[in-house]
Design a protein around this ligand. Structure first.
Ligand SMILES: [Zn+2]
Length: 439
């Protein structure tokens, strides 16, 4: 056994008994506990306060540095990623992003999808991510090759990054006409889709569309992972309507909703009602803060909106959903990467620590510092139903990320310093791939 000693771990990611070690004023600013982590093979065997356990083995001193479990990224798009150079979004607007992306699809083939997908996973792995859920384009035009490449990548990355796939398309693709929709969904499930995805939009048939989608998912025994309300229109209430549909249909499988941005711009009474519905429907919310910050609250003058230049005035809204209000109510909330270097988000590198730092700053989560690391570790692991990842506890996989900082303040003050990665009984090396590999 190897004992990684003097590891400073966020207390909410340790076994519950460690919370007794906390309670002082200092804990408010640094909610982490120094402990020893015993590892055998690829598993954590024990976690103990220094000197309190009976851990025997070779000791490796981590010097009181901050340690997180491997990151879990619950919402990505590895089929779209790294296409920015050939399909840039000149206005950086949501509508143009969709058009650029559709045009770029004509360039997709298996080699291109493999190159960009594998590059995505190499970046994520080098940054310390151990599990990812990706939405994949399920349209008839590309789904065969997209899922074929996904299955190849999933097999090649087994044991390093656990992958899950969501079949993403328009909501009516699966529901109208119902026979075709069912056949399409079954085919995608055969090819590896584990969740049905869609982007519901406000329209007079929305309730019926959601009912039909849930009836299909119920028949197939699948959960849903939807993109909802990624806009600044307060009347966009797909989250609310999805929650009502879950309750109306007594939908028994997990439902995740990504974005939920417009909720933040609604009247407080309306927000409270919707949050109550989301809570009672058990919907899990996945915020995509970097994509929201990039696309939301851009302002345009007339013809400049599409294909034009950049925004013409300063954004005032951060674009994210109601972090504090959700956490306050015990609504499951995770943060994830979403798009990376494509028309929906020009930047990013599948670095979940960047996602964590940005979430904390955008959401001003200092008052919930103890909970904050859960957004990118234990909560997405819960959403993805992964029992092996997300915390530093006995029986979990010993995938750890070691930072130079020795406290939350040091950690967050130098977010871009190199980190060390532990896989089982060894420090593992993982180089970021060179950009030139993308051509
Ligand atoms: Zn997305």
């Amino acid at each position: 056994m190897i004992i990684y000693c003097n590891a400073k771990v966020p207390v909410t990611l340790l076994p519950e008994t460690f919370s007794k070690a906390c309670g002082s004023e200092a804990f408010l600013f640094d909610p982490a506990v120094t402990c020893d982590i015993g590892v055998s093979g690829d598993r954590i065997l024990a976690v103990a306060l220094p000197g309190e356990g009976e851990l025997q083995g070779k000791r490796v001193d981590l010097g009181g540095r901050m340690v997180f479990p491997g990151f879990v990224d619950a919402h990505t798009h590895i089929d779209k990623a790294y296409s920015w150079n050939r399909a840039p979004n000149r206005s950086c607007d949501f509508l143009e992003a969709g058009k650029r992306f559709e045009a770029d699809k004509s360039l997709w083939n298996e080699d291109d999808l493999y190159l960009r997908g594998n590059f995505s996973l190499r970046c994520a792995w080098a940054h310390g991510t151990v599990a990812m859920r990706t939405h994949l384009d399920a349209s008839d035009q590309v789904s065969d090759m997209v899922f074929s490449v996904y299955n190849r990548l999933r097999a090649e990355w087994a044991g390093r990054i656990s992958l899950q796939a969501v079949a993403l398309t328009r909501i009516d693709f699966f529901t109208e006409p119902s026979e075709d929709g069912r056949r399409r969904a079954e085919r995608l499930v055969d090819r590896g889709a584990e969740y049905i995805g869609a982007m519901p939009i406000m329209n007079p048939d929305l309730d019926q569309q959601l009912d039909r989608l849930m009836a299909l998912a119920k028949d197939l025994g699948l959960g849903l992972d939807l993109h909802v309300d990624e806009n600044n229109d307060p009347s966009a209430e797909c989250l609310r309507r999805t929650a009502q549909a879950v309750l109306r249909n007594e939908f028994p499988y997990p439902v995740a909703c990504g974005h939920c941005s417009s909720l933040a711009l609604q009247e407080p009474d309306r927000q409270r009602e919707t949050l109550a519905l989301v809570k009672s429907a058990g919907i899990k919310v996945i915020s995509l803060p970097m994509c929201n910050l990039f696309l939301q609250d851009r302002k345009f003058n007339g013809s400049e909106r599409e294909g034009g230049t950049t925004s013409t005035s300063t954004p005032l809204w951060r674009g994210v959903t109601l972090y504090h209000e959700m956490l306050e109510r015990g609504i499951t909330l995770a943060c994830a990467s979403d798009n990376v270097r494509d028309a929906y988000f020009a930047y990013g590198d599948y670095d979940m620590f960047e996602t964590y730092v940005q979430s904390l700053r955008i959401g001003q989560l200092e008052s919930r510092l103890a909970q904050s690391p859960q957004l990118v570790t234990s909560t997405p692991a819960e959403i993805m139903n992964l029992r092996d990842f997300g915390t530093v506890e006995p029986r979990k996989r010993a995938e750890l990320v070691v930072f130079p900082g020795r406290s939350f303040n040091e950690l967050l003050s130098r977010p871009f310093t190199p980190r060390q990665l532990i896989s089982g009984e060894e420090f593992r090396q993982a180089e970021l791939p060179d950009f030139s590999e993308l051509g």
